[in-house]
Design a protein around this ligand. Sequence first.
Ligand SMILES: Cc1cc2nc3c(=O)[nH]c(=O)nc-3n(C[C@H](O)[C@H](O)[C@H](O)COP(=O)(O)O)c2cc1C
Length: 314
Amino acid sequence: MLKTPLCELLGIEKPVFQGGMAWIADASLASAVSEAGGLGIIAAMNADANWLRDQIHELRTKTDKPFGVNVMLMSPFADEVAQVVIDERVPVVVTGAGNPAKYMKAWNEAGIKVIPVVASVALARLVARRGATAVVAEGTESGGHIGETSTMALVPQVVDAVDIPVVAAGGIADGRGVAAAFMLGAAGVQVGTRFLVANECTVSEQYKEMVLKANDTSTRATGRSTGHPVRALKSPFTNAYAKSEAAGVSVEELGAMGTGALRKAAKDGNYEEGSFLCGQIAGMVSERQSAREIVDDLVDGAERVLKGASAWVA
Ligand SMILES: Cc1cc2nc3c(=O)[nH]c(=O)nc-3n(C[C@H](O)[C@H](O)[C@H](O)COP(=O)(O)O)c2cc1C
């Protein structure tokens, strides 16, 4: 059985987080992952307090296991969402897109386990000093908003820099990836892209088909010039966006282009105008499965690899 200190810390059976995914990671997917023994995470994205409260209540009708909420710090509703997680006694908060220092004290006082996503050693150190329970070290292979450093380089550097558990994210979609993350010193993994095709994932069929057909070079990162790079499947939207970026279009205009594009992909399956956020590992995601099958495959596969690893040592 694969158990790490993170399991005990969070009361979960398996050290697998389902990454918060805006417009995608709702109560349906998160409850299924938590029921499977991992940590399901509802993405609060840019939604308001009422939407999040409803999702939390719906999740609680489906599971009584621990779960998390992903708070996007850039959201205009971040303040009210930060309060909802306290009012609703959410066990775990994972923060994305920035520095959560502003909310850390209140969340810690409420007994919430706070796990910020970091793309650098500096931010990992800062949030550890402010009382983070653990950190997610997310490499540039990931889908969604990304940093510059790869998972392979980032994880061991973050592990060496902080005294709290590190969860590896970015480019992990099977047992080999999980085992590799543990070898780098991680105590758990966060997976986004593979869960896009989970049966319980409510994303559009068009989105799922595109992920299933993707190969190793199907994604590209755009938006580096804006300071907020994003990784998505190549599509008419990413082509148009990259062209505008290369032509020197202003950051404001680029921002306007991006507004609503993920919703168009996730909810409407709009191939022409949608932004299909996705990680580089999509080429390995080729099967629709239940969340339980995915969690079990990640963990069982890692056990096999880890047990076999000693064969290399004389
Ligand atoms: C479609 C999509 C949307 C995402 N949205 C968010 C988000 O709202 N907040 C966040 O912190 N991370 C977000 N992420 C990142 C994931 O939570 C996770 O860390 C990442 O997908 C892991 O890398 P992988 O895609 O290689 O599995 C998103 C990722 C994807 C693929």
